[in-house]
Ligand binder design. Structure first.
Ligand code: SF4
Ligand code: SF4
Length: 385
């Protein structure tokens, strides 16, 4: 029994490491190793000052999406009685300017290990996504994209993405057939997704390239029957993907409605008492990574205050703007350093008005759906198989 458990842990860990290796550049310059080492040292020693730049950067190349998944900021608010969802405002012009993107990448060159080209939209909504990917890849940084991939794309367009130097592509596939898929991927076409998945791998292999590594991400939902996961896996295997990952979807039906990310909005009543310090800082994000929005605003993570980022006059609590000052200045600004102190010891340094105020990593709160309660149990109202 013990050896079974051990084998399982070793196999899961190996698979996770293999998956993440695809997020690393082919060759990491010494300066990027030094930067990573500085960030890790700051984390371990709870320093306010980190390395010169974050090691991983999410860049919101476009917050737009043609789908309307019920859990997302892009969900259709009609009849859902969620004013914050109603207030989301995604302008059709919200696509990052290529020259400004190039400036961000130029600053990251030789320091960051990877960029991920999304926050709360689908990166392929940017008409120049292959060019953006190429600009980033040409500096040696690893480039990652997550997409629903429900597009009617030509072979030429897929080939351009493959040839851009993209390192890693994650494709969300929630169901094997349209009837199942469209329950959560509203407006999506599963035939487009599967066709694109096959072609991206065929084209990559035909060109004799080893990247992008392609992964299918299957979120298990309560409406799936027990065979759904294996049906999706069979599609992924048939296409020849490099990785298949699956996890449980966070959905509930508390009031006869589905969970939406705005339900956890920081504006709600969940400040709670600040937690005491632990062996290591309670969150690694302010030491390792950052998020740059399409507006240039910098926020420390993609896991909190999402509902505030795209509304007019939202309480975004951004830490600066890369179109006004270098990211390196923002990354080690007094506000960022204060945030590192806060995640290192929230009960001493917790600050009203900070981005992290109220986050359950740092503050006691009633566990929300999708979080763990004091018994280590996942809070959910529906249970997927
Ligand atoms: S595909 Fe992603 S960004 Fe688009 S609606 Fe669904 S969850 Fe949101
Ligand atoms: S809001 Fe929470 S998850 Fe985000 S950086 Fe702060 S502590 Fe980490």
């Amino acid at each position: 029994m013990f050896s079974d458990e051990l084998t399982k842990i070793v196999s899961t860990t190996t698979s996770k490491i293999k998956r993440r290796l695809a997020w690393l550049p082919r060759s990491v310059p010494a300066t990027a190793w030094v930067n990573l080492a500085s960030n890790c040292a700051s984390y371990a020693l709870r320093r306010g000052r980190a390395g010169k730049l974050p090691s991983m950067v999410k860049i919101d190349v476009s917050p737009l999406c043609a789908l309307a998944c019920p859990t997302c900021l892009h969900a259709d608010p009609a009849g859902r009685n969620r004013p914050l969802l109603d207030a989301q405002n995604f302008s059709s012009l919200d696509r990052i300017d290529i020259a400004k993107f190039a400036e961000i990448i130029e600053e990251l060159k030789g320091r960051a290990l990877a960029v991920s080209l999304s926050y709360y939209g689908d990166p392929l909504m940017h008409p120049a996504i292959s060019e953006l990917s190429r600009i980033a890849a040409n500096t040696g940084v690893a480039v990652h994209i997550t997409t629903h991939f429900s597009y009617n794309w030509s072979d030429a367009k897929i080939q351009a993405l493959v040839e851009s130097g993209l390192s890693h592509l994650t494709v969300a596939l929630d169901g094997a057939t349209q009837d199942v898929y469209e329950v959560t991927r509203i407006n999506g076409r599963v035939d487009f997704v599967i066709n694109n998945l096959r072609r991206v791998i065929e084209i990559r292999n035909r060109l004799g390239r080893s990247i992008p590594k392609v992964e299918v991400q299957h979120i298990r939902h309560p409406h799936h029957d027990k065979t759904e996961r294996e049906r999706v896996r069979a599609i992924a295997d048939d296409a020849g993907v490099d990785h298949f990952i699956t996890f449980k979807g966070v959905r509930y039906d508390r009031d006869g409605d589905l969970y939406n990310v705005v339900d956890s909005d920081a504006g709600g009543a969940r400040s709670g008492t600040a937690l005491k310090s632990s062996a290591l800082p309670r969150c690694h994000w302010p030491f390792s990574s950052t998020v740059i929005k399409v507006t240039g605003d910098v926020i420390p993570c993609c896991m909190w205050r999402e509902g505030q980022q795209y509304i007019d006059n939202g309480d975004t609590r951004s830490l600066g703007n890369v179109f006004d000052q270098p990211l390196s200045e923002i990354w080690n600004s007094p506000s960022y350093q204060a945030l590192r102190k806060e995640v290192s010891n929230p009960s001493r340094h917790g600050k009203i008005g900070s981005f992290c105020e109220g986050c359950s990593y740092l503050y006691e709160s009633t566990p929300r759906v999708g979080e763990f309660n004091e018994h280590g149990e996942l809070v959910e109202a529906w249970t997927a198989q």
